[in-house]
Design a protein around this ligand. Structure first.
Ligand code: OAD
Length: 261
């Protein structure tokens, strides 16, 4: 595919010191993880009120664990895609680059992104609700019953943020700081409906960032962005990376020529 990005977008990126990529389920779609919304989305088949909130868990931990154990297995078997890897390469072009993700699948870290803030937790982690001790997936998935803490007998739950729960404070504070100082913010593969995370692109724009959205569909955010790049993240991000690197090379050659003449 050949997409020529606008001069405006490329020059804003070329001049940027600080860039933030804000990601949602769409970034993992091409790795085989279904998104949440839409006709084939997870929430079209399952009810979040039965699976993704603490009351549902306390009512029926076995049902919630059955669902999370299945999701953990699916996610452990998939791999990052070209979009995740392009974000790792992009990181090297800027003095500051952060990935803020709503995804719990750990694919950004597995791809190699070094500064990742996870706003909705991480499905590879679990903790005891009573004493807080951490459990790995290997500890949990070998259990045949609902996992309980070997130290205190408390219920062990996945370390993911459920509906009605607060976001992890430290990750949120780091994210807000990164967003407020971003020159360019890329909002990628998110429907922009779940707050407070969905407020971050608007915060970036109000703080002076150039706001770019990458998505095959328009979203609630689209009318606020400076550039809408219609397409999937595994296609658009590698192309963007390629054109930025080409631009850098041209600039470098031009500087070398001026030095010689
Ligand atoms: P959604 O399922 O709401 O939205 C996914 C977005 O990705 C949609 O806008 C799609 O158009 C877009 N999309 C689909 N395929 C894509 C692709 N290949 N490349 C790029 N974009 C693509 O997922 P999120 O916005 O991440 O919360 O949902 C936010 C939160 O709602 C999730 O973190 C989760 C969920 O309930 C919790 O679990 C707390």
């Amino acid at each position: 595919m050949n997409i020529k990005f606008s001069e405006r977008l490329l020059s804003r990126l070329a001049a940027a010191d600080a860039v933030v990529a804000f990601t949602g389920a769409g970034v993992s779609a091409e790795s085989g993880v279904p998104t949440f919304r839409g006709t084939d989305g997870i929430w079209a088949k399952f009810k979040p009120e039965e699976l993704a909130n603490v009351d549902a868990f306390m009512r029926n931990p076995a049902l919630v664990w059955e669902w999370y154990a299945a999701r953990k297995k699916i996610i452990a078997a998939i791999t990052p895609n070209a979009g995740h890897y392009a974000l790792v390469q992009l990181e090297r072009l800027f003095s500051s680059f952060a990935v803020i993700t709503q995804n719990i699948d750990n694919l950004h870290r597995r791809a190699g992104s070094s500064r990742v803030y996870e706003l909705h937790g991480n499905i590879e982690r679990n903790y005891c609700m009573k004493c807080g001790v951490d459990y790995s997936n290997a500890d949990i998935l070998s259990m045949t019953e609902v996992p309980v803490c070997s130290r205190c007998g408390g219920l062990v739950r996945p370390d993911v943020v459920w509906f009605g729960e607060l976001l992890p404070e430290e990750e949120w504070n780091h994210s807000v700081r990164a967003v407020e100082s971003a020159d360019v913010m890329l909002s990628i593969g998110t429907s922009s409906v779940v707050h407070p995370a969905a407020g971050l692109p608007i915060l970036a724009k109000h703080s002076g960032a150039f706001l770019v959205e990458i998505n095959p569909e328009r979203t609630l955010l689209t009318e606020n962005v400076d550039e809408f790049l219609k397409g999937t993240s595994a296609v658009i991000l590698p192309l963007l990376l390629e054109q930025l690197v080409a631009l850098e090379k041209q600039d470098h050659l031009a500087r070398e020529k001026t030095k010689k003449s």
